[in-house]
Design a protein around this ligand. Sequence first.
Ligand code: SF4
Length: 311
Amino acid sequence: MRSTLPENNYPDWSRFLAAVWNHGLSVHNMDSGHATQAVKDASESILESITRRNEAHFIRPSAFLACARQSFFFLGGATPGKMPDNIGTTFAVGHLLHEISYAAVKSGIPEGFMVETEKAVALPEWWPEDERFNQKGHVDMFITITDPEEALKYLPEDVVRTQPKMLIDFKTQGGFTYRKHSKADYSKAVDGFGYMSQLAVYSDALGVIGNGAILAGINRDSLMQPLMPRFIAPSTLLKEKERLKLAFSRALSSTDPGPEFAIRHGKEADFFCGKGGKPGFCPFKVECKEAGDACQSTLMEFKKELEDVKD
Ligand code: SF4
């Protein structure tokens, strides 16, 4: 028989979410309706993942934003490097784990909270109205406190009052990345896949950037590992929003910002940029190498403007 999450004073959204996810994943607590929907939605996504290419054809909150130079190259007409032909399995597993997580949270969440998944979002007013920018988006999960009295059985009073809504983005991760994620300081982490960009755009679009957001890691190599939610502070999201605005202004005016990501992170960027013998994941690493480190003056100006953005 299904049980509700035992009342407990979780200190924050992260620990509450991890407990809800774990509770809902139990075979005793998983709701058959949510599970059925998850399997149906997952099967469609899995089929698409293994039969179609998944390259981005627009600048999206999840594509070409990790580095200002990626947006610049894309708008300049460069063709992004292709992903491996057999990447579909990784995406398929990711979709499955996302859908199971949605069903788990919907099954495990107590009264007083509303869970929305794959929620459509209108992008913020500063997102360029340009045909090369995708004009629609969606978020994995958005939880709203609908009954503060009930919510107080699980969350502290200041959390219920100041964070009545929480944006959650799930990431399926290999074991190495999951362990890194569990310790990362996201206020300055090397974020080659643009997780902060995505959260900054969507949290601002939803009007909750001041609440912060959660990046929740799922270990796809070891499925008995707990969910790893990490809270991303409002200051990190606000700074990322300003960095993106600067990046867009450079890209839309065809001004090369230089290798912004590499300058920002130094040697630690090599893994993503494909330097120092590393393979690299940046879809514009070839163009970047050809362009070299030119535009240092523009880059320094960019950095100065970014430093001026208050936390
Ligand atoms: S290789 Fe690095 S610095 Fe160059 S565009 Fe890609 S992320 Fe930016």
